[in-house]
Design a binder for this molecule. Structure first.
Ligand code: SAH
Length: 245
């Protein structure tokens, strides 16, 4: 098993594979101009096991939602127990999507664009949107202009593109988008919806892998990240950005 296999195994049975909640998704949806009956082409990029993709498909029943992820194991879960036919899956790399230019009305992506980098992702995905199309993304964001040095040091290695909402909006503008909405995820979206369910899985995960060193290293990393969040949650969160091409 590779590190990816262990990570997939740890996250496969979770509701979400990153911070976020149905309330956050609903709030981001409220910034869009369309009613439920508009037939849209929607992509949910880096969908994981598809909690958000299913919400989008339910919210826009006349639309087609394509749930995209690199890992087929996640995609297999997307339509489980979802009866409607307006949700499909696509195994693809977000940096090389097999979609036609100007084919999408809406690109959604929660907690995933960091895999490419925010600005690189915007540049790669913009051509896929029709003019007047929307993008809705969550991205790790500084909440304050200044913060403690240990936190700055951590993120300088973990994700150097972390920045303030003002800087992220400037990046959106540079990449040809007009920001229409911003908010940041509350602590409950990190703790109740993501970290606490994950913590509850650690012992079973370690046991079923016989405390394999890769599994143990993953748990140690996650515990470190969770401790950092608990200590410094006033200084960073996921920002949710809604913008129009
Ligand atoms: N949007 C989901 C999952 C977020 S976790 C949620 O909010 O719950 C990030 C997801 O991005 C994971 O499912 C991971 O498999 C996927 N991912 C990582 N690198 C990717 C890539 N290069 N192309 C497509 N998906 C990728």
């Amino acid at each position: 098993m590779t590190e990816f296999d262990f990570l997939i195994d740890l996250h496969l049975n979770a509701e979400r594979q990153g911070p976020g909640s149905p309330q956050d998704t609903q709030r981001a949806l409220s910034f869009l101009p369309w009613d439920a009956h508009t037939p849209l082409q929607i992509a949910d990029i880096g969908c994981g096991t598809g909690a958000v993709s299913r919400m989008l498909a339910q919210h826009f029943p006349a639309s087609t939602v394509t749930a995209i992820d690199l890992f087929p194991d996640f995609l297999e879960r997307v339509t489980v127990g979802y009866p409607a036919t307006n949700l499909q899956t696509l195994a693809a790399d977000m940096s090389d999507l097999p979609l036609a230019p100007a084919s999408l009305d809406l690109i959604w992506s929660e907690g995933a664009i960091y895999n490419m980098g925010f600005e690189a992702g915007l540049a790669a995905w913009r051509p896929l949107l029709k003019d007047g199309g929307y993008i809705a993304l969550s991205e790790i964001t500084w909440l304050t202009a200044e913060r403690p040095q240990p936190l700055t040091d951590h993120w300088a290695t973990a994700y150097p593109e972390i920045d303030t909402a003002a800087a992220k909006m400037a990046a959106l503008e540079r990449q040809g988008f007009s920001p229409v909405g911003y908010f940041y995820l509350p602590a409950s979206s990190w703790l109740q919806h993501y970290y606490e369910p994950m913590e509850a899985q650690f012992e079973a995960f370690l046991t079923r892998h016989d405390h394999h060193p890769i599994a143990a290293a993953i748990v140690a990393d996650e515990r470190h990240e969770i401790a950092l969040y608990r200590q410094y949650q006033a200084y960073f969160s996921y920002g949710f950005y809604i913008a129009r091409k």
